[in-house]
Design a protein around this ligand. Structure first.
Ligand code: F0G
Length: 353
């Protein structure tokens, strides 16, 4: 029988910062599908694949970084982790802290994280505080807390997070048999674009791929400091996961863009929601709004004739749509139809005759 997937730290052990005798905290993260998306391929005139990161244990790509960050915390003998979050980091940190038997403390922007993500932090037993401020302010606060108190920071400014998250780039190369021409992903605090670029370059250096892709980053218009070059004091977008005005890994994101020959562009909330609906209805994958930003950016690029014909393009869809069902259906105008227990009424309502 084939060996089951053992999580990214074991599967890619030679590229990871842990010796073989270290106690690994894993929930089986990684090994996510890379699926063909014919509906998108025909729309943009290229060969498009989606890396479905919503299939990770807590429903987002954060688990790749969290297995690594929490493994390191436990190795150091620390017992409390802290993070700021727009929802997915806190869900993941809470889950991995639970698996490790340590405490997780979370600061989130009040009223600005999706209900599913909030529920995750709660059920996994995190100590949760809502801050009357935005993500950037929460991040400043947790940085201070980790300097002055015995709590370990597990946001993506923690280098162990980046080490774990780079595994997604390895998997894409392994699944395609080569690096793609272009990789597209949403950008918020910019840890993930940093990690992917590190992963693609490291894999090419190790001879596991012969090239590196152009990195295309996508932000939401109301939270697009890397596009305008100016930090945003009050970021706003329906894609709450990337509602970030001062990305911590700003310089690394710009370096990934420039070294790879890529770009970072912005898309509107409308484009994000349209892309989310399209991915769900025409590809068959339910992703959260921030995740759909990558596809929205690709579609916008195609509309501007910026997509090279026939290119192999991979898009990371970062998180599971079930985390935020309210936003997904809010603009679709679907009226529930209620009928009596009656076959004829069902036939009529469903227009089957
Ligand atoms: N997509 C989703 C679903 C996210 O949750 C995030 C970030 C991103 C994209 C952007 O990734 O920050 O590495 O550029 N979420 C963080 C959080 C900020 O707290 O969950 P990034």
């Amino acid at each position: 029988m084939a060996q089951p997937w053992r999580g990214i730290l074991r599967e890619y052990a030679e590229f990871m910062p842990f010796d073989s005798d270290v106690r690994i905290i894993s929930l089986g993260e990684g090994g996510t599908p890379l699926i063909e998306a014919p509906a998108l391929s025909s729309k943009v005139g290229a060969s498009v694949f989606l890396k479905v990161e919503g299939q990770n244990p807590s429903g987002s790509f954060k688990d790749r970084g969290m297995t690594s960050a929490i493994t390191r915390v436990v190795q150091e003998g620390d017992t409390t982790v802290v993070c700021a979050s727009t929802g997915n980091t806190s869900a993941s940190a809470a889950a991995y802290a639970a698996a490790a038997g340590i405490t997780c403390v979370v600061l989130i922007p009040q009223g600005k994280i999706a209900a599913g993500k909030m529920a995750q932090a709660i059920v996994h037993g995190a100590r949760l505080v809502q801050v009357d401020g935005n993500f950037d302010e929460c991040l400043t606060m947790v940085r201070r807390l980790s300097e002055d108190y015995p709590v370990s920071l597990v946001n993506s400014v923690n280098p162990y997070r980046i080490q774990g998250q780079k595994s997604a780039a390895f998997e894409i190369c392994d699944q395609l048999g080569e690096a793609p021409d272009i990789h597209v992903l949403p950008v918020g605090n910019a840890g993930n674009i940093t990690a992917y670029w590190a992963g693609f370059t490291e894999y090419a250096k190790a001879g596991r791929a012969t090239r590196t892709p152009a990195m295309w980053g996508v932000q939401a218009e109301g939270a697009s400091p890397l596009v305008t070059g100016v930090p945003v004091d009050s970021p706003e977008t329906v894609a709450t996961a990337i509602r970030i005005g001062k990305p911590a890994s700003w310089d690394q994101a710009i370096a990934a863009r420039d070294e790879s020959g890529g770009w970072i562009r912005a898309v509107s909330d409308r484009e994000i929601l349209e892309a989310q609906a399209l991915i769900a209805a025409e590809v068959g994958v339910f992703v959260e709004p921030a995740s759909a930003a990558s596809v929205a950016g690709l579609i916008a690029a195609a509309a501007h004739d910026d997509v090279p014909a026939g290119a192999t393009i991979t898009c990371t869809v970062t998180g599971n749509g079930l985390k935020d069902t309210a936003t997904a259906v809010s603009h679709l105008n679907v009226e529930p139809i209620v009928i009596p227990v009656d076959i004829d009424a069902a036939v009529e309502a469903l227009e089957l005759s």
